[in-house]
Design a protein around this ligand. Sequence first.
Ligand code: COA
Length: 216
Amino acid sequence: MLKDIFPFLGTTIRTPRLEMRVADDAERAALADVAVGGIYPEGKNPFTTEWAEVEPETLRRNFLQHHWAAMATWKPEKWTLMLTVFVGGEPVGVQDVGARDFGVTRLVNSSSWLGRDAQGKGLGTEMRAAMLEFAFTRLEADFAASESFEGNLASETVSKKNGYEGNGVDTITVAGEAKALNRWLLTRERWERHRRDDIEITGFTPECRPLFGLEE
Ligand SMILES: CC(C)(COP(=O)(O)OP(=O)(O)OC[C@H]1O[C@@H](n2cnc3c(N)ncnc32)[C@H](O)[C@@H]1OP(=O)(O)O)[C@@H](O)C(=O)NCCC(=O)NCCS
């Protein structure tokens, strides 16, 4: 069983409205269709790369390869857990969480997106809270970081509602243009003040720990 080799494939995070776990290939293909259906209005790319700015067939292929790459390149020193978000059993978006040298830094980073139909209903806030519950309780993180372009108010509000504070500004290039990228940081102490009490996590067994750079 794949789950015996990558035990975190058996981990599920549930909130009252959604479920998050690593998808299988059929679910990944369905998720690629959600991405093809649209994530943001034309000309408003909120991402640091232009992954969603390609033709549908290319997007589907690149999308699957990106999700496979996360598994294919997984190392305890550098990992990204691609959690697919399901509502009513259907994939609606992604909440990832990743780190470098997590066993030492105890710092996770994350990014997320929802198909446009699923946006603006509070799901983005809830899936971030679910990821944070996982990171701070199961992974024993001390810090969670996030980034959003200046003007991405939905992403910025999701960070603030979950307790993150501003942590400076970077300037990066996207498509040859300089863009201001706001950095956000959440400490364990602030997370405890914003934490929800309705998130359930199953299947994070002791065997999962070394894969994240933690002692068993
Ligand atoms: C960012 C994203 C995941 C947030 O998820 P969401 O479900 O749309 O967000 P929520 O419904 O939880 O809304 C969060 C808050 O942002 C506010 N908000 C949403 N869009 C807004 C906008 N355009 N202007 C101002 N506030 C906005 C909401 O009012 C809500 O605050 P409230 O609860 O106080 O009313 C989602 O919008 C998305 O996928 N966007 C495109 C991809 C993206 O930007 N990803 C992040 C890259 S860093």
